[in-house]
Design a protein around this ligand. Sequence first.
Ligand code: CO
Length: 185
Amino acid sequence: MILPIYLYGWPLLRRVSEDIPPDSPWLKDLIANMFETMYHSDGVGLAAPQIGKSIRLIVIDGRSLAEDDPSMSDFVKVLINPHISERGTDTALVSEGCLSLPGIREEVRRPDWVQMSYYDEHLVFHDDRFEGYAARIVQHEYDHLEGKLFIDHISPIRRKLLTGKLNQMIRGNVSADYKFVSVKK
Ligand code: CO
């Protein structure tokens, strides 16, 4: 089932999400729906707050990026209860977009690696180091679970230039080729 994407403006996108029991019986269907929603909207990652759930759950499929980064050729992940324990001190600047902020792309500076624990969809616990594109994607999605958005990382001047667009987005005056719900419409 394709779910509507919650756009910028929803207070839920600013909330810190909660851990869930990894063996929750409803999880399997939700994960399937999140993958379907992500593919429908051409995203490489989707976090549960973006479909209106304040829980620590992320789905990722980075295979469309394999041309730029061969390590993405099999990067399909379900992250249940992810927690970052350590971040690299070197940073990289990469252009990002977000399904909750259609039509906006900005260069975002982030640490070049992170150490993160999580359960996968088979309830296996992992404590992995992510680098390169993988680090980029997991940090963007992890931000959603912490109530953050990629525009929080850009300069105040860049942010100011987006004010008009963001105000329109709150009112639903935005185009995207997927289902979405804006906070004021
Ligand atoms: Co996003």
